[in-house]
Design a protein around this ligand. Sequence first.
Ligand code: GLU
Ligand code: ZN
Length: 291
Amino acid sequence: MVYIGRFAPSPTGPLHFGSLLAALASYLDARAHHGRWLVRIEDLDTPRVIQGATDDILRTLEDYGLEWDDAVIRQSDRLHLYHEALTQLRQRHQAYPCDCSRQQIRQRTGSSRYDGHCRRHPPNPQHVCAIRSHNPQDYPFDDQIQGPQSFPAQIEDFVIFRRDGFFAYQLAVTIDDAEQQINHIVRGSDLLDSTPKQRHLQQQLGYPRPIYAHIPVATNTQGQKLSKQTLAPALDRHHARQQIIRALQFLGQQPVTELHDCRLDECLRWAIEHWNISAIPKQIGLILEDN
Ligand code: GLU
Ligand code: ZN
């Protein structure tokens, strides 16, 4: 079976060092397995999408020598697929409408965790509703980097279609990974606890189960995850090789000093040949300077 991996950025801003780690790790793991590496733009959360960010992300990947296979797909072009799956889940009573507000949930449960209220008390069909997945179980799994994982305390009937009218990340990502035949998922460990939800949907929709590897997420000196929300600086497009070497260090790959004098493509070739997923630390290997 040919390895198929992917990088799935959301176009909510330019790539930063944290996104480079996910892009590079998924790219190197795919290439080291002589596999394919796809890029998918996750642009469903329209209010957060920034004009021009998709082009900027793709150009940055090119500048960093991370060449993808096949055409880039955009989730906004695939609403019909999500719609079909949602209809199927509803017909099979594996999903149900919910009109609870966050505040109502908090009042009932004292937390943000959903209590399955509308599963037992169906809402008025006139109300604006979210759709929730019916009664998921815990799906313990073995992560290639983080080891055995389970999240029993976080099981809830999670949202697959949002009350504001958007398909939820959990549903879209599960459908796309299956439809693109992704069999290896390498991404940031901030998504570890999304994995059981996606495994639940995979099971309900009859999809195969990919192999997961969650890399540690980079934080700034305040311990916050590097993200657009914490205003992580955009990747410098003119210092690709230096940033790749820095990313390799972060990923525990011990880049040799000679790489500093290499061309970008030689540096990436070295990284593919020496790729060792078991050298990646489980947790943050270094705290990055804010710049
Ligand atoms: N689009 C998600 C993000 O940018 C990543 C999704 C994934 O890798 O599963 O955080
Ligand atoms: Zn409800």
